[in-house]
Write a protein that binds this ligand. Sequence first.
Ligand code: MG
Length: 367
Amino acid sequence: MLNQTKSFFIFVQFILTIIMIGAPPMGSNGWAQSPSQWKIHDMNRPHPPAITPGKNELPAPPPAEALILFDGKDLSQWSDMKGGPAKWKVENGYMEIVKGSGDIQTKTGFGDVQLHIEWAVPTPERDKGQDQGNSGVYLMGLYEVQVLDSYQSPTYADGQAAAIYGQYPPLVNACLPPGEWQSYDIIFRRPRFDNNGKLLQPVRMTVLHNGILVQDNVALWGPTNWLEYDPYKAHPDKLPMSLQDHGSPVRFRNIWLRELPEPVALIPAADLAGKVITLSPIVLDRYVGQYEVSPGRNFNIKREGDKLLANFYGERWFEIVAHSEREFSMKRSAVDLKFDLDSDGRPKSFVFHIGGRQEVAKKVGIR
Ligand code: MG
């Protein structure tokens, strides 16, 4: 009996473990758990392997449609965090952090963006860990991609360069030596909240560091912070981007972005087909046969149960659905057929549209 009870508890424990492992990370109040088994800033968390990027062609020319946030001349697109003038130094085509002058932010807000930014950390500071060329790119002022001199210089993995600070170490360490210009290309999707402020979708970020993928569409657990990440709180769809003054004279240049359109919503194929009518097998059989487009080139139509199938340019058969006795189309593809019927409702030919091309196929027989 005792053994049975013990077995039962082991079984319950096993089930609970399975449930916990398999549980989705989002609780009813948002994302409340750690994104990994590691505590924040754990020095034992494995460091990603170093990788040597190929030759970096920087500055990377922006596309003509890009919004230029800094072209090396002035800080006209930037302010301090209170809206006053940004006090960072501008010289030789870059801006440089003036220690103690505070973070700076863009004068306008952004949501979903593709951002390009180039940075260089100073050379004299070595072996200072988090004080060695520390800055940060804060999307929406809340979600930091760490800037740090992490070239042959370990700090905690979730705080090294290209980490989503305190959450995700980069996949690899793609750092160049201090003093060299490096680039981040960041694809940022803002969080989505419902009207009651409930989180619908967390932030998603993809980051390339010196052209190397270092963050692969990761889901953030909330705004990034030192020693903690905060839970999501509903905020506007657009907020200024900011750059961090962490006391180190880090340089930035060539900052540009493209605002991204809303992600494409998936629409069920059934909704794309439009209004479909059902034709009886007797009526469907009228369409069955061979249709000639040009000598030696034929389309065929056959019936399988209550479905009509057509092979247009090869051996594969595609279902076509009826919108009327004259009009048919493919369910998922922009392909339509318009039949010319005789007085008995039998097809003589059809006009066929695919990829901007129109062809006429004349019925030549029953296949
Ligand atoms: Mg930082």
